[in-house]
Write a protein that binds this ligand. Structure first.
Ligand code: NDP
Length: 246
């Protein structure tokens, strides 16, 4: 038996980048997977196919994190399809890098809507179905605690909100046997933060390991937090950042 056999996990924004790696890793550990995506149906179905090829079970659901009904509907669909929900990974997120004073209200609203409001909505919907042993896992950011990179002020503020959301919620649901933790990646090479991007040199220099991280390095920590061995960890902010915040 694998560590997550019999468990059902939902990863928001699981069609690319860190979310896709998390979905594949949780499936490799035995979980049945649901992923959401906003736009790219073919990327989402490629993740589902990869999981199925590995002998796992998965489904992709279109649900923009800014759309309340779509997010609630995705959670209900997971439970209707697989009968339960054990692990929610709030991974969908966005950054709009620019100087704070140049950001429009629409841009500020979008970052808040996806990174904070979307997390609130998905978590509330998931908690209706979660039983003892449940796991709520946020994908925050190392810059939710310390910010050394100009251009990410609103993003950093939303990830700081995710940090405190994690800590507060852990105390509300702990008595139900549900843990709530925040995995905080450092610079990880994805479409959102490519190793060849504008601020990549700065971000790489800020790490102790002098390199970007790989999506699988984040997925490994999420798999641990989702699994049975993390049963006494809750309300924690766990960085996987190559030493950026050291
Ligand atoms: P990517 O941009 O590479 O992938 C984003 C994923 O989220 C895609 O699957 C995308 O699907 C989905 N997505 C985007 N917008 C929405 C939305 N409105 N509703 C639902 N799904 C959406 O991002 P990363 O993999 O880099 O980032 C994943 C998470 O990790 C984010 O929360 C990010 O803040 C966090 N993070 C990333 C770091 C990095 O260096 N990469 C560092 C620290 C934290 P689609 O293509 O269909 O839109």
């Amino acid at each position: 038996m694998s560590k997550l056999t019999g468990k059902v996990a939902l990863v928001t924004g699981g069609s690319r980048g860190i979310g896709a790696a998390i979905a594949k890793r949780l499936a490799a550990d035995g979980a049945t997977l649901a992923i959401t995506y906003a736009k790219d149906a073919s990327a989402a179905s490629a993740v589902v196919k990869a999981i199925e090829l590995g002998g796992g079970k998965a489904v992709a659901i279109q649900a923009d994190a800014t759309n309340v009904e779509a997010v609630k509907g995705a959670v209900e669909k997971v439970v209707a399809t697989f009968g339960r929900l054990d692990v929610l990974v709030n991974n969908a997120g966005t950054a709009i890098p620019k100087k704070f004073e140049e950001a429009t209200l629409e841009e500020l609203d979008r970052v808040i809507d996806i990174n904070v409001r979307g997390v609130f909505i998905a978590t509330q919907a998931a908690l209706k179905h979660m039983k003892s042993g449940g796991r709520i896992i946020m994908i925050g950011s190392c810059i939710g605690e310390r910010n050394m990179t100009p251009g990410f002020v609103p993003y950093s503020a939303t990830k700081g909100a995710v940090k405190m959301f994690t800590q507060g919620l852990s105390r509300e649901v702990g008595s139900r046997g549900i843990t709530v933790n925040n995995v905080q990646p450092g610079p990880i090479d994805t479409d959102m933060n490519p190793v060849a991007g504008d601020s990549a040199v700065l971000q790489k220099a800020a790490t102790a390991l002098n390199r970007y991280g790989h999506v699988d390095e984040v997925a490994a920590l999420v798999a641990f937090v989702a699994g049975p061995e993390s049963s006494y960890i809750t309300g924690a902010n766990l960085t996987v950042d190559g030493g950026t915040n050291a």
